[in-house]
Design a protein around this ligand. Sequence first.
Ligand code: SAM
Length: 233
Amino acid sequence: MVNQTSGVLYGLGVGPGDPELLTLKAVRLLNECAVVAYPAPETGAGLAWEIAKPHLSASPEVLPLRLPISVDPFPAQQAYDDAAESLATRLTSGKSVAVLCEGDPLFYGSFMYLLERLSGKFRIEVVPGVSSPMACAAALGWPLVAHNELLTVLPGPLPEAELESRLQAPGVFVLMKVGRHFTKLRDLLNRCDLADDACYVEHATRPDQRVLPLDEVDPETVPYFSMILARRA
Ligand SMILES: C[S@@+](CC[C@H](N)C(=O)[O-])C[C@H]1O[C@@H](n2cnc3c(N)ncnc32)[C@H](O)[C@@H]1O
């Protein structure tokens, strides 16, 4: 049963990188919550925190949550259990907590693992954010999808055979979590006759954003925050 005297848990989408892409609502809640939490690597700050920090004018408790960035197919359960517990302690004491999420919280966002642990116990509100497919389409100046086109979103770590079968569909493909899967994805797009109409984007909306045709990408330098958009014309 939801505890009505507890604080509220907000999942705040902070967008793909440019701090100007936070919503007005995210900025307001960032400055109203007693606690601001964010997913962070083992050491150092997390990307969501770097994006939101310029907007912070209040002095909340700042709580890095040491969560694995991407452990496919399952997140490390213990780290999420521990993070949910430290949020629950603050919520129970009446403090509202903002959890910062890169892009949108519910589009491949780690916030969903906290949501599933805490929903039904606390009041929770999700504030959507600008998501990376929109940011990458904007960087390319492409319509993401038009008219009755279909959109297929494919995570790069999927097995090659499944990717190949799904790449036979018509429409537009968003290939996520490219990173170390770049060579596999480029070769698949070549085999599926999609490479000529595909484009690679890394760090969209950030100062170090790069947009390249696939054959100009050095696979050794592809970061986790990269995406390929392709269209079956
Ligand atoms: C765990 S998912 C998080 C997605 C995020 N919640 C969203 O709404 O965009 C991480 C993947 O999103 C994509 N991504 C996120 N931000 C990006 C950016 N600024 N530029 C390019 N790709 C990005 C990359 O494919 C990355 O591997």
